[in-house]
Design a binder for this molecule. Sequence first.
Ligand code: ADP
Length: 324
Amino acid sequence: MCGGSGSDFYFVFFFVIFLASLGERAELTAVGAALAAGASVFFLHGANVWDTGMWLRVPFFLVTALTYGYLTTNARQARSRAEAAEAVLALKTTFLATLSHEVRTPLNVIVGYTDMMREGLLGELVAAQRDALDKMSTHSFELLELVDRTLKASRLESGGMPVHLGEVHVDAVLEEVQLAVSRHCKADVDLSLRTQAGIPPVVTDRLKLKEIVANLVTNALKYTDKGAVTVDARWAPRDRCVEIMVRDTGLGIRPEERQAIFEPFTRAREADARCTPGVGLGLFIVGRLIELLRGELRVESEPGCGSTFTVRIPQRLEEVPNVA
Ligand code: ADP
């Protein structure tokens, strides 16, 4: 503004920024900038260099180069960290998907043949053989479930799960859930599923809704030794959504663990201590599926008394604004 800087000042200034954007290390850029500034003073104002304030340019450009160099190095490092993390995620997803497919096919064959033998299709069985086959069937089914969940979790994590909309009747979904969870029913636990009359059909993804409820009911049965598991579906007219409440009288969840159990491979301490089968993927999948259906999930629980998981699903998914 006071005319003290000539065009060579701006030339060196842009040269320094250019150096900083190219340079791998901020210190080298700073040295380059200081040399450029010194050279410009020496060659352009060579006659009276020692008594000129021009030398102030040297520290000025040194600091400028350090600042720009630091900023660009930081930005470059952040970008390469993000690229590395993306590559690891892609590799993990591919690995999980391949592994799950490779394990899934032979496991299905084992489950199929075990069932045929249990049903006596391959010859009569004595009691001990039937007992052994029952155990084989239970464990291979658990393994199959684990593989399926791993595969599903990796697909959900990579965002590769499409939503298929259709008109869904909640009472029909609950009937399917009852069938799907029958394997987990226990003699000392009453399971009842109730649907309020007059719930309008819902436009959503039927299989995903069924999976969400089936997962919650399976958990309720798994973590309840005695008492009841009740499922209540009702219509909430004010919010135009269907509310499905899964209540149990089981183990309960401590307040400090209520958030963490939605993380993949995370289980509450109690569940782990009791050696209940499971790996901690069910609620992670539930959470992601509810996100896809633009729903909500609420958990209330009293350790030792039971838990209530409440799912709310909008009546028409296509009318919900596309919230990130
Ligand atoms: P998994 O049941 O395979 O361990 P989930 O992701 O379904 O995995 O559940 C995570 C954890 O949340 C469980 O290990 C258990 O500790 C806890 N949990 C889930 N549902 C219930 C429930 N109804 N009652 C008590 N604890 C539960």
